[in-house]
Design a protein around this ligand. Structure first.
Ligand SMILES: Cc1ncc(COP(=O)(O)O)c(C=O)c1O
Length: 439
């Protein structure tokens, strides 16, 4: 099968894989082939992606929420396409129509007190901006994060995350970036007590760790400790923002406003890279002292601002909120039914809206389920920092029939993965309830 597009053509998928290995990234290419997911995404629309072979997959990875609104959402495509007749990336040194309009829209829909917006081009850069902002505002250097947190791979962000990524490039700095266990307020207080911490950086639900839910009162307790020990609270809402929890920003469900909030991924509408940091006035001093303190040519690119404005408007529609509640009920109920069939294998469902982590009783369980889902027409990714847990992230506009199809396919794949690991046992509900086994 030949594949041709504009300036390039490939004779076969094997040729793409061989050249990806040769010219792009051998480690990644081999990893996916060996994991049984030799995916080369070609066509994409709504919540579907198509492998080069033509095989269709329902996407519930969504690149961490980048495709919350679906792939190539027609309203976002229209907005960005039309904007290309007038805008380009813009000149990041000057005030701009699009950047100002987006900043105002973000502030208007932000938790109270967040009054300034700084732009980046991706989540990692936005985290770096947030950390620099906190250091400037407090005059302190240390940043506390959670063990197995994931905030990106840029200069400062990578030091807040797992050693697997920081050590590779000699960026582990335990003195300046202490890590504490999640859901442990005593450990948090111990690290804050010396009052030498600029900020606590918290994913509202740690994504790459498999979405373990914060215990009731934990995040609120962290915020109180931040206030007691003069540290700022930075909410990383890169994966939990933009209505995925049924609220525009997941942190607002905890009843407090952070000092700094970071958004990325989905704010791009999946069409043009952009990220943003929302900052409370009391932390935003550097923007007045030296507005050139953070410079980024592509940060706040004007076409990205147009994509983000449309995305924000769609997320804020009342019908979008209702849809998220509907989808999370339907998918949650379906998954609980499947779990009842395999209680020894499918041991946990972590859910807040359409943020879902599915827990399996095997150290690599989610990798097996991922492969069986792939073979059954669904693309969902295991959690890198806890491969027992599958990230399961339905889109916020997913049609009810797609949700039902998703649950059916998940039931089949979870049963097959169990049989592979445990040997054939009890038949799955799909087999005895006549659920359609997907092709
Ligand atoms: C919670 C969280 N924060 C930050 C990032 C970094 O975003 P990016 O990959 O756009 O740099 C990610 C990426 O997965 C993320 O999941």
């Amino acid at each position: 099968m030949t594949f041709e597009y504009g300036e390039f053509s490939f004779a076969s998928k094997d040729e793409v894989l061989a050249k990806a290995r040769e010219f792009w990234n051998p480690g990644k290419t081999d990893f996916w082939v060996e994991a049984g997911v030799p995916l080369v995404i070609d066509r994409r629309e709504e919540y579907f992606i198509y492998d080069m072979s033509g095989r269709r997959l329902l996407d519930v990875h969504l690149n961490g929420g980048t495709y919350n609104l679906g792939h190539r959402n027609p309203e976002v495509v229209q907005a960005v396409g039309a904007a290309m007749a007038h805008f380009d990336i813009g000149n990041h040194h000057f005030p701009s129509l699009a950047r100002t309009a987006l900043a105002e829209a973000l502030v208007e829909t932000a938790p109270p007190g967040l009054r300034k917006v700084v732009y980046g081009s991706g989540g990692g850069e936005a985290i770096d901006i947030a950390l620099k902002t906190a250091r400037h505002a407090t005059g302190k250097r240390r940043i506390v994060s959670v063990i197995k947190a994931y905030h990106g791979h840029t200069g400062l962000a990578v030091s807040t995350g797992d050693e697997r990524f920081s050590k590779l490039f000699l960026s582990d700095q335990p003195e300046d970036f202490p890590h504490v266990p999640f859901n442990d307020l005593a450990a948090m207080e111990d690290v804050l007590r010396a009052r030498d911490v600029a900020a606590v950086l918290m994913e509202t639900i740690p994504a790459t760790y498999g979405f373990p839910l914060p215990e009731p009162g934990y995040l609120e307790g962290v915020k109180r400790l931040c206030e007691r020990y003069d540290a700022l609270y930075i909410a990383d809402e890169v994966q939990t923002g933009l209505m995925r929890t049924g609220e525009l920003w997941g942190i607002t469900k905890h009843g407090f406003a952070p000092d700094i909030l970071v958004t990325g991924k989905g704010i791009s509408g999946g069409m043009y890279p952009i990220s943003a940091v929302l900052v409370a006035e009391h932390a935003a001093g550097w923007l007045t002292e030296d507005g050139f303190g953070h410079i980024s040519t592509f940060g706040g690119a004007e076409l990205g601002c147009i994509a983000a404005l449309k995305t924000l408007e769609i997320c804020n529609r009342p019908e979008t909120r209702s849809m998220v509640h509907y989808i999370s009920d339907l998918v949650g109920r379906g998954l609980r039914e499947i779990q009842a069939d395999y209680p020894d294998w499918f041991v946990g469902i972590r859910q807040n809206g359409v943020v879902l982590g599915l827990e399996f009783d095997h150290p690599q369980g989610a990798k097996h389920v991922m492969r069986h889902l792939y073979e059954n027409g669904v693309w969902a990714i295991f959690s890198t920092l806890d491969p027992r847990v599958l990230q399961f992230k339905p889109g916020i506009l997913m049609r009810p029939e797609l949700c039902e199809d998703l649950v059916d396919r998940a039931g089949v794949a979870i049963g097959k993965a169990r049989a592979e690991i445990r040997g054939a046992g009890r038949p799955s509900r799909a087999a005895h309830s006549g659920r359609r086994v997907p092709a």
